[in-house]
Design a protein around this ligand. Structure first.
Ligand code: ATP
Ligand code: MG
Length: 748
């Protein structure tokens, strides 16, 4: 049997092969979508393992999301074959790698291995405490503004003690002070936020060369996918991680840089060869993913950007089918059209897992979801999935969190009076103050009371909580099963019992969500593999791993991902993936490109790159759809076609449009007057005036003063019917001219 490359080299083109076989020294692969960049990384890993006998632990591969990491993991596993090693190298995200390092060595920075990871909400809450302590009202400066400034410093690798000398205004001075207090508080409650994971690892490496050397010796080969979306801190961290051999391979595409708004620096990739002198630069030009028409259209879109490096991308594939453009009357028609097409394709034998609907904002998923339910099309929604942000789930997870890390103040506040135990804010404050004096973690401190130092109504409630804590903390040390702990915890806290007694629709739904959480925990436990932090009981190790997985779930990950389902997700989440059929929905000005990008040229170019990312996900069929009217929170937006549609070359597209009558559905607000055939579908805005109804039966008149629950007061400019509904154009004092359904407004 030959080497891996002898048997698999023919699956790569010449340039790919060159990038795979150049295992030593820095390598940069800068190339367009679908040209096999990720393929280069996966083959490189297999080549290192099989042909160079590199131990698994010596290889570190990183990418931008858990989902992308899993995807790469699968591809490598597949390549290594059934005979391959039982374990795989580290294939992960920056954040997970850092969390793993800090669980092992965080002690050097004063952290135990059970530290909590705080999300945005916890972060804000803790910052509010710090502001209160410092006597700064959030009316003076918004919490978000402060956190944003601190985030920028962190992103530049600046710790709080390094920023004081950098401040240039009194605002920055305030932020610098709060940065210090915040860092101290976070340490006290044993928590880190997302940026801290990167920053603390960076600091650990800088201040503790022995730890850095340990990892540098370990990781002899580093590989990074989607390098165009790394930020400054990740880049600096990477340089710390790398040993003197500099065996690093980064791949990316500047045209797919879509996280500028989160601080990603495109320069990291564009200037890589300056920084890493002698780097081998490989450009891949053949696209293996998409048909000629799809590639032609995507290239036409991206070539409109001014700030880019010209790239050649060609394909051997035939032109394939034309891209289908569909302009629908409204958002429901759009969902109906898309799901109708899905159904048709599935009847023709396309598997559901080969189909994706991509959109600019997650809120669009709802309409597609409803239609899929109606037509019994199996679907999954990736990202924007707020399961772990639901109240009941957060409540229960907080119990688990405080059992793992009894210093976690946010978890304490969430659990102390949940379900209601008659413990008010004053008592909670008092408890926190006393715990502070005792210098013990608050959970431990409470669990150890003999006599409760608080009198009055809250006393009984506190004693119940004390019993739960005392029980829970000792169970964590003695048990094995996480599911069992959770079930008993639900009984002890009476959480489900209280909900069941309420008996409302809402409480029933909450109970169902808790059941869902139990299955998620069960599934986690079945697949549990020992992490490298072996400290503590089995249950503690499970708890640590489970809570970390949940905390690091990003807005572009899925809860469960299963095969044989249509996938719906944001364009951001789709990066790196591919599907036989893709629908890009909501191709409308203001939505895509987003209205928020209008104020700067850079942002509009980023939107265009996002469109390029979206279109290049499709292998065989691409649909671009738009609605002429879209409902947003009770108001109707009349939408102009996205500028991107106008840039698609005519020769690569065909216009399709579902005739409104044939849909067979009963949309209450379909317009009575159909659009004239002469009206262009994409070039023109929806011409509202042509549809004005005669002046009959309106309950509101021009000039009348009205009030809308979210837009406030305004004056009616025009009234008309949309199907059965009356629609008003209103000039709102604070919000300008808007069209809203009359049922949402009241006369003044
Ligand atoms: P993106 O920029 O979207 O991340 P990419 O450059 O990472 O794309 P891959 O996902 O690696 O591209 O490859 C795109 C598709 O082309 C995959 O299905 C891959 O298996 C296939 N492919 C890549 N190179 C070859 C090749 N030499 N021969 C056959 N198929 C290939
Ligand atoms: Mg890729």
């Amino acid at each position: 049997m030959g080497t891996f490359l002898e048997t698999h080299g023919s699956e790569l083109n010449e340039r790919q092969l060159a990038a795979v076989s150049q295992t030593e020294g820095p390598v940069l692969v800068l190339a367009g979508a679908g040209s096999g960049k990720t393929r280069v990384l996966t083959y490189r890993i297999a080549h290192l393992i099989y042909d160079h006998y590199i131990p698994l632990d010596a290889i570190l591969a990183m990418t931008f999301s858990n989902k992308a990491a899993r995807e790469m993991h699968e591809r490598v596993k597949h390549l290594l074959g059934d005979e391959g090693p039982a374990r795989l190298p580290w294939i992960s995200t920056f954040h997970s790698v850092c969390a793993r390092i800090l669980r092992l060595h965080g002690g050097r920075l004063g952290y135990t291995s059970d530290f909590a990871i705080y999300d945005d909400a916890d972060q804000k809450s803790l910052m509010k405490d710090c502001m209160e302590k410092a006597g700064i009202s959030d009316k003076e400066i918004a919490v978000d503004t402060i956190l944003h400034q601190i985030g920028e410093w962190k992103n530049k690798g600046k710790f709080f003690d390094e920023v004081e000398s950098l401040t240039r205004s009194s605002f920055e001075e305030t932020c610098a002070k709060l940065y210090k207090t915040y860092t101290e508080e976070m340490k006290k409650v044993q928590a880190m936020d997302f940026d801290d994971l990167l920053l603390n690892t960076y600091r650990l490496f800088k201040e503790h060369p022995d730890v850095k050397n340990f990892y540098q010796d370990q990781w002899r080969y580093i590989l990074i996918d989607e390098f165009q979306d790394t930020n400054e801190l990740q880049y600096n961290l990477l340089r710390e991680m790398m040993n003197s051999h500099r065996n690093i391979c980064v791949v990316g595409d500047d045209d797919q840089s879509i996280y500028g708004w989160r601080g990603a620096k495109i320069e990291n990739i564009l200037e890589f060869d300056k920084e890493f002198k002698g780097a081998k630069v490989v450009k891949l030009e053949q696209n293996y993913r998409s048909t000629g028409n799809i590639l032609k259209a995507a290239t036409a879109i991206i070539s409109k950007n001014q700030m880019r490096h010209e790239k050649t991308l060609w394909t051997n594939a035939s032109d394939g089918q034309k891209i289908r453009l569909a302009s629908l009357e409204d958002d429901r028609e759009e969902a109906h059209f898309i799901v109708g097409e899905m159904k048709r394709l599935m009847e023709q034998g396309v598997s559901a897992s080969e189909i994706a609907v991509l959109y600019r904002v997650n809120s669009l998923s709802r309409g597609f979801e409803e239609e899929c339910l109606r037509y019994r099309i199996p679907y999954q929604i990736i990202g924007g999935f707020r399961f772990y942000e639901r109240k009941e789930i957060k409540d229960i997870l907080s119990y688990l969190k405080i059992l793992l890390n009894p210093s976690d103040i946010m978890a304490f506040r969430r659990t102390i009076n949940t379900p209601l135990r008659g413990i008010g804010a004053t008592s909670v404050e008092k408890l926190e103050g006393l715990a502070n004096i005792s210098q013990n973690p608050i959970g431990v401190w409470i669990s150890q009371w003999d006599a409760i130092p608080i009198t009055g109504k809250a006393r009984d409630g506190i004693s119940q909580y004390r019993d739960i804590m005392a029980w829970g903390l000792s169970e964590v040390e003695s048990r094995d099963s996480l599911v069992d702990l959770l079930i008993d915890l639900l009984k002890k806290t009476k959480y489900v019992e209280v909900l069941e007694k309420l008996g409302t629709e809402e409480s029933k739904e909450r109970v169902q969500n808790i059941e869902e959480l139990l299955s998620a925990v069960q599934q986690f436990e079945e697949n549990f593999r020992e992490p490298d932090v072996t400290e503590g009981s089995l249950l503690r190790r499970k708890l640590r791993a489970f809570l970390e997985q949940v905390s690091l779930m990003s807005d572009i990950d899925g809860l469960y991902e299963t095969a044989e389902k249509v996938t719906m997700m944001s364009l951001h989440a789709a990066k790196g993936l591919e599907f036989k059929v893709c629908f890009l929905a909501g191709m409308e000005e203001g939505l895509f490109p987003s209205a928020r990008s209008y104020d700067s040229y850079e942002k509009t170019e980023e939107e265009r790159r996002l469109c390029y990312v979206g279109m290049t996900r499709a292998k065989e069929k691409l649909y671009l759809t738009r609605a002429e009217r879209r409902r947003v929170f009770g108001s109707i937006n009349f939408c102009v076609a996205s500028r991107f549609l106008k840039d698609v070359p005519m020769s690569a597209v065909e216009t399709v449009r579902e005739p409104a009558e044939s849909s067979g559905s009963d949309y209450a607000w379909r317009p009575r007057i159909q659009k004239s055939a002469a009206q262009s579908q994409f070039a023109n805005d929806f011409d509202f005036d042509q549809r004005v109804q005669s002046d009959e039966d309106f309950s509101f008149r021009k000039g009348e003063r009205v009030v809308h629950p979210s837009f406030g007061e305004g004056i009616v400019q025009k009234a008309e019917f949309l199907g059965a509904d009356e629609c008003l154009s209103i000039a709102f004092a604070r919000r300008g001219l808007k069209k809203v359904l009359s049922k949402f407004v009241t006369k003044l």
